[in-house]
Design a binder for this molecule. Structure first.
Ligand SMILES: Cc1cc2nc3c(=O)[nH]c(=O)nc-3n(C[C@H](O)[C@H](O)[C@H](O)COP(=O)(O)O)c2cc1C
Length: 210
């Protein structure tokens, strides 16, 4: 079977989700996947970005990371999203990207992708679960195959126990080690389920061609 193609797609303004995405990329490459790290386009005005030093610095630091396109979504077998929680939902930049996928959705090209979602929020109970659930609802409209972590590994309990997806408490001090372990598990699980699905699909296509 060929390598699983994984798109790790994130939005971040102060670095938490960028770091979460990087941890996922590393785990996915170690697991043998072909990986693209992709950022969601900034929609905030430049004055807003410049007004917050961490935001401006991250924009500069990540300027070479490609912005996600519809072609990336078509290319990948699996997507891992990472988005900040804002007022209990995904950041508007993430929502704007989701809203731009209509042309691909209309041609059925978003169906049967394997998908998992992560988030961060300032507070331990700041709306992470609603963000993840809202993202999964939109992804169901794509016909995605949802791969939440559930309670499939000890690392999930140690990182706060959210079965919908890794949820980091954004402290401004970086992503804690327990969350990194949960991200690694979530990534490996997504790839494992993708492999089950894609090899089964390949086999059934082979049988029907025989
Ligand atoms: C407009 C706005 C709304 C936010 N709403 C919430 C919230 O409802 N709950 C919470 O815990 N944190 C909230 N936060 C904090 C963000 O979740 C936090 O900045 C984010 O997780 C950091 O991710 P990043 O470093 O990748 O940008 C909000 C931040 C902003 C700017």
């Amino acid at each position: 079977m060929s390598k699983i193609k994984l798109a790790v797609i994130y939005y971040s303004s102060t670095g938490t989700n960028y770091e979460m995405a990087q941890a996922a990329v590393q785990a996915a490459r170690q697991a043998g996947a072909e990986v693209r790290l992709l950022k969601i386009r900034e929609t905030a005005p430049q004055e807003a970005v410049n007004s917050k030093p961490e935001w401006k610095a991250l924009t500069e630091r990540t300027q070479n990371i490609p912005e996600v396109t519809l072609a990336d979504l078509e290319w990948a077998d699996a997507y891992l999203f990472s988005t900040p929680t804002r007022y209990g939902g995904a950041a508007s930049q993430t929502r704007a990207f989701m809203d731009s996928t209509g042309p691909l959705w209309a041609t059925g090209k978003l169906a049967n992708k394997l998908v998992s979602v992560m988030t961060s929020a300032q507070n331990p109970n700041g709306g992470q679960e609603t963000t993840l659930q809202n993202m999964y609802i939109s992804l169901m409209h794509w016909g995605a195959i949802l791969v939440p972590p559930g309670y499939t590994d000890q690392s999930i309990f140690q990182a706060g126990g959210n079965p919908y997806g890794t949820s980091v408490t954004a402290t401004g001090q970086g992503v804690d080690e327990a969350s990194k372990k949960a991200i690694e598990h979530q990534t490996r699980r997504l790839l494992e389920v993708a492999r089950f699905y894609l090899s089964g699909r390949e086999n059934s296509q082979q049988v029907s061609a025989d």
